[in-house]
Design a protein around this ligand. Structure first.
Ligand SMILES: [Fe+2]
Ligand SMILES: [Fe+2]
Length: 476
C-alpha cells in the first residue's frame, strides 16, 4: 500500500515539475572548409537524411521539397553511374511552413552490397550518394545523445558551429572503422526548430549511415520533429501519443531496437507496443531500448522526483520483457549502471570490463555533444546507487557499440582522443541470458493505470499549449 501511495504522490509531483540544470557550451568554431560547405548546404535547405528501415532490407530517406512538388522518388543502383537503377516512389507530408517533406522507403535490399542512390522530385535532383548493407549480424552502432543543435538568438552561425561539432564527432567515429548505424537518444535540437534539424543532418556521414532519432523534451518544444523524421514500424495503435512522435522499432543484425517517446507517460501504450514488436520478432537475440529521460545516472536534485516516477513506470517494462541494454540521455552525464532488476542492483558491475549473462538490464547514459554538464564548485554531480561507472567530461562524447552474435562491446570516446576512456562488454550465452524471468509485479497494472491517466492529461495540456503558440516556432 505504501508503494501505491508513493507512486501516486510521485505522479502528482511530476505534473508540477520542469527541471533544468546548468550546462556549458562546447561547440567548436567551424573551420574554413565547413564554412564553405555550410553556405551551400544551408542555402539548399533540403535537410535530407537516411533513417533505418524496418530491417536491413530497407532504408527510409526523407527531404524537404517545394510546396508545389508533384512527386518524390529515390533511384537506387548497384553502380556508381546509376545504371539499371530501380526507382522507389515516395509520399509527402505538408510541413507547418506549408512546403513538403518527401518520405521514401527503399526496400528489397540485398545483404553485403554497396548501393548508390539519388533523391529527386519533378523539380530537383540530389547528388549521388552511397550506403552499404550488412553481410552478417556483426555491426557497429554509434550512440550519442543530447546533440543540442541550437538556433541561439536567431544567429545562423550557432547552427553552423554546432553542426560542425556534430559532424566532427561523426567523422571521428567513422575514422575508427565501418559505421553501420547512428543512434541518438533525444534532444537533437534545443528549441525544436526546423533549422536546427536541417543543421543536425548536415554531415555527409549521414548520407551513407542510417540515423535513428528519438524525441527528447527539447525536441517537443517545437513541432518540426514530426514532419522531419521518417521512422519505420511506428506505433499507430497507441491511444495516447504526442504531437511530434510515436514509438517505433527496427531490426539490425540480431538486435531489436525500440525507440520510445518518454515524454509520453502512457505505459499501457508503451507496453502494448513492445508486446506487438516482440510477437513479430520472437527470435531476435538482443533487446535494446532507446529513450530520452535518465533513470539512474547523474543526479539533478530538482529532477529527482521526476526520476523516481520514471523509474517506477519504465523498469517494469525492462524486467517483464528482459531488455539487455537501455540507452538514455537527458542528464548530460556519462554513466553505466549495474545489472538492474526491479529498480535495484541485482549484480554489481563496478570495476568490471565485461560480464556474461548479466542478472538484469544494463542502463547507459552518454554525455552531450554541444552542451556538456557544468561542474559546479569543482565537484562532480552525485550519481544514483545503481551506477557502476561514471565519467564527467567537458568534451563531446560518443560511443561505438560492436554487436556480434554473442556480445555487445561498448567503446566510449571523447572527441579527438586516441584511446577510449571506457570499454565494457556484455556477453550472452542464450537468448534469455542471465536476466531473471519473473519480471512482473503485483503492483504493475496499478502503476500503469496511474501513469496512463497522468500521460493523458499531460498530452492534453501540451497539445493545447502547442496550438496556442503555433506561430512562435513555425518558420524558424
Ligand atoms: Fe539535453
Ligand atoms: Fe533532455
Amino acid at each position: 500500500m505504501n508503494r501505491i501511495k508513493r507512486t501516486v504522490s510521485l505522479l502528482l509531483c511530476a505534473l508540477l515539475l520542469c527541471g533544468s540544470v546548468g550546462f556549458g557550451a562546447s561547440a567548436l568554431e567551424a573551420d574554413d572548409a565547413w564554412q564553405r560547405y555550410w553556405q551551400t548546404y544551408s542555402a539548399d535547405g533540403v535537410g535530407m537524411y537516411m533513417a533505418p528501415g524496418a530491417d536491413e532490407t530497407e532504408r527510409n530517406i526523407s527531404w524537404y521539397a517545394d510546396a508545389d512538388t508533384q512527386s518524390c522518388r529515390v533511384a537506387v543502383s548497384e553502380s556508381a553511374d546509376m545504371s539499371n537503377a530501380r526507382t522507389f516512389s515516395g509520399t509527402s507530408v505538408r510541413t507547418p511552413e506549408g512546403d513538403l517533406r518527401c518520405k521514401t522507403t527503399v526496400h528489397s535490399l540485398w545483404p553485403g552490397k554497396t548501393y548508390y542512390y539519388k533523391c529527386a522530385t519533378d523539380k530537383w535532383e540530389s547528388e549521388t550518394y552511397s550506403f552499404s548493407t550488412l553481410s552478417d549480424n556483426n555491426f557497429t552502432a554509434m550512440y550519442v545523445t543530447d546533440i543540442h543543435v541550437s538556433l541561439e538568438d536567431d544567429d545562423a552561425d550557432s547552427l553552423m558551429n554546432q553542426s560542425y561539432t556534430f559532424s566532427r564527432v561523426l567523422e571521428d567515429a567513422a575514422g575508427r572503422g565501418e559505421l553501420d548505424l547512428v543512434i541518438s537518444a533525444g534532444d537533437q535540437a534545443s528549441r525544436g526548430y526546423r533549422s536546427e534539424y536541417t543543421a543536425l543532418v548536415a554531415s555527409p556521414v549521414l548520407r551513407s549511415t542510417p540515423f535513428a532519432l528519438c524525441p527528447g523534451n527539447h525536441d517537443r518544444k517545437g513541432i518540426a520533429y514530426r514532419t522531419f523524421t521518417d521512422n519505420p514500424n511506428e506505433d499507430s495503435r497507441a491511444i495516447v501519443h504526442s504531437l511530434i512522435a510515436r514509438d517505433y522499432y527496427y531490426v539490425k543484425g540480431d538486435a531489436l531496437f525500440f525507440v520510445f517517446d518518454s515524454n509520453v507517460g502512457s505505459m499501457t501504450d508503451h507496453r502494448n507496443f513492445v508486446r506487438r514488436a516482440l510477437r513479430a520478432n520472437p527470435d531476435v537475440k538482443w533487446r535494446v531500448a532507446v529513450f530520452h529521460h535518465d533513470l539512474y545516472g547523474g543526479r539533478i536534485e530538482r529532477r529527482e522526483s521526476e526520476n523516481k516516477l520514471l523509474r517506477a513506470i519504465w523498469a517494469p517494462i525492462f524486467d517483464e520483457f528482459r531488455f539487455d541494454l537501455v540507452l538514455l540521455g537527458h542528464s548530460h552525464y556519462y554513466t553505466i549502471s549495474n545489472a538492474v532488476f526491479k529498480n535495484r542492483t541485482n549484480q554489481s558491475l563496478a570495476g568490471l570490463d565485461s560480464v556474461t549473462d548479466p542478472a538484469g538490464t544494463v542502463v547507459m547514459v552518454s554525455g552531450s555533444i554541444n552542451r556538456p554538464r557544468s561542474v559546479e564548485d569543482g565537484e562532480e554531480p552525485p550519481v544514483g546507487e545503481n551506477v557502476a561507472y561514471a565519467y564527467l567530461s567537458q568534451a563531446p562524447i560518443y560511443n561505438l557499440l560492436d554487436f556480434t552474435e554473442d556480445s555487445v562491446t561498448v567503446r566510449s570516446y571523447e572527441l579527438g582522443a586516441e584511446e577510449a576512456f571506457h570499454t565494457f562488454t556484455i556477453a550472452k550465452t542464450s537468448a534469455q541470458g542471465g536476466h531473471p524471468a519473473n519480471g512482473r509485479s503485483f503492483y504493475d497494472p496499478f502503476v500503469r493505470f496511474v501513469a496512463d491517466v497522468y500521460g493523458f492529461f499531460n498530452e492534453v495540456v501540451t497539445t493545447a499549449r502547442f496550438r496556442l503558440h503555433w506561430n512562435d516556432f513555425v518558420g524558424k
